[in-house]
Each structure stands twice: as structure tokens, then as C-alpha cells.
Ligand binder design. Structure first.
Ligand SMILES: [Cu+2]
Length: 145
């Protein structure tokens, strides 16, 4: 019986710590003006993605890419500035695009893609920090003429 109470106490402690760390954080997908934002927790890292239209930012990509997927990572409320990884995009028609995350400094990483089909895109981000490899997956829905 004693062991049971200890277990309960441990579980409540874990939840309390988890809730404290998550205060003021939104997870999931939201549309903020022109930008699509997706936030997720992975291995204690808060990863925040933004899908942005290059045309909206007055950027022309020489390879004909149309969008920018930007990401930043927070661990223990501090930005991770050293990370490497790639983003794999699966288009609604099932084609794959893979792009390395470019380090833009100050904990901002990004990769460019061609997003010109309407529909649901699967986004898979594989990244590595000093603690090891991590994966975040989400859906991005594109509807533009
Ligand atoms: Cu979080």
C-alpha cells in the first residue's frame, strides 16, 4: 500500500512540473495572419514552426521555391542555437521534397519548399541538438489559387 501512495505522489509531481513548464505555451496548429504556426513538444523541447509565403516577404527563390518553413527550438525556456536537421515535405499528390535546415542565427532555422498544390502536406522535421535526434510531424493545409 505504501508503495502505491509513493507512486501516486511521484505521478502528481511529474504532472505539476509538466504543467509549470507549459504555462503560456500553445501547442498545435494556428493561423496567425498570413502565417501558419505549428508548435509541438518533443523530448522536452518546444519546437515552433511557421510556414510563410516567400512572395508575401518579397523574396524570390532562384530555384522556384515558394515557401519558407521557419523553426525555432526552446529548451528550459532557452533558445537552442546549435542544431542541425532537415525537413521532409510530402505533397498532397505524394511527392517528397527534402531540404536541410539552414541556420539563420539567433536560434532561427529555415528551409525552402515549393508549395503550389492545394491540399494537405505532411511535414516531418528531423533535427539534432547536443542531446540527440528528435522528430516532429504535423500537417500543413494549403489553399491558395
Ligand atoms: Cu511547448
Amino acid at each position: 500500500m505504501k508503495r502505491f501512495y509513493v507512486l501516486i505522489a511521484l505521478i502528481s509531481l511529474t504532472f505539476a512540473a509538466g504543467a509549470g513548464a507549459m504555462e503560456g505555451m500553445d501547442h498545435g496548429s494556428t493561423q496567425k495572419g498570413e502565417a501558419f504556426v505549428h508548435a509541438a513538444m518533443v523530448d522536452g523541447i518546444h519546437a515552433e514552426f511557421q510556414v510563410m509565403d516567400l512572395a508575401d516577404m518579397n523574396i524570390t527563390d532562384p530555384e522556384g521555391k515558394t515557401h519558407h518553413i521557419m523553426v525555432s527550438f526552446l529548451k528550459n525556456n532557452e533558445k537552442i542555437t546549435k542544431a542541425a536537421g532537415k525537413i521532409k515535405l510530402i505533397t498532397p499528390s505524394g511527392q517528397e521534397q527534402i531540404s536541410d535546415l539552414k541556420d539563420f542565427g539567433s536560434g532561427v532555422f529555415a528551409a525552402n519548399f515549393k508549395i503550389d498544390e492545394n491540399g494537405k502536406y505532411g511535414v516531418i522535421c528531423l533535427f539534432k541538438d547536443e542531446a540527440g535526434p528528435h522528430t516532429v510531424k504535423f500537417w500543413y493545409e494549403h489553399h491558395k489559387m
